[in-house]
Design a protein around this ligand. Sequence first.
Ligand code: DX5
Ligand code: ZN
Length: 221
Amino acid sequence: MQPYLIAPSILSADFARLGDDVQAVLEAGADVVHFDVMDNHYVPNLTIGPMVCTALRNYGITADIDVHLMVKPVDRIIPDFAKAGASIITFHPEASEHIDRTLQLIKESGCKAGLVFNPATPLHYLDHVMDKLDVILLMSVNPGFGGQSFIPSTLDKLRQVRERIDASGYDIRLQVDGGVKVDNIAEIAAAGADMFVAGSAIFGKPDYKAVIDQMRDELAK
Ligand code: DX5
Ligand code: ZN
């Protein structure tokens, strides 16, 4: 497994020229495109859906697209995202009526699957589904907006999940999303994360490559 993955959140990209901006961040060294889907129901914001994912594929984006669903209900949008070219689909367990069924739906549609935990969501949702997970995403902010500050208690939660992954023996990525910056990424990695979503920290700077290089330097320390 590639040790660390950097996944820019396109929530902070320039939506008026999205294809070019996503291409630029990949050329700057990003590994995965993080695609935030918000429905103004499960979270208080409204963003992008499967048509935009299709548009990015048609534009020529070949990198993995990591679709973070902040929607309720979850299931009926999954086949649409699979058809639109999603590589990974993650969802919040509170938003699904049947977590195991939703995970199976994602897998059957040919995508990798993951569960997302809000800062106050307990980890017991992991209890009976570790064998079906490719990714566990810990939110380090409350979902809905980019540009918020990292919630420090996430570090302890990351350590707990890292122990559970290692004890399980399964090949599961531990992703963190919210407030990830150059100056805290090393500490977050030390707590066990291996996939880093960063929106404003990358798209908020003019030189994406400089930020991603700095993040990789921090991760190499
Ligand atoms: C928040 C989203 C995040 C967000 C991260 O609900 O899931 O992906 O865009 O943005 P930053 O990195 O700016 O905190
Ligand atoms: Zn996200």
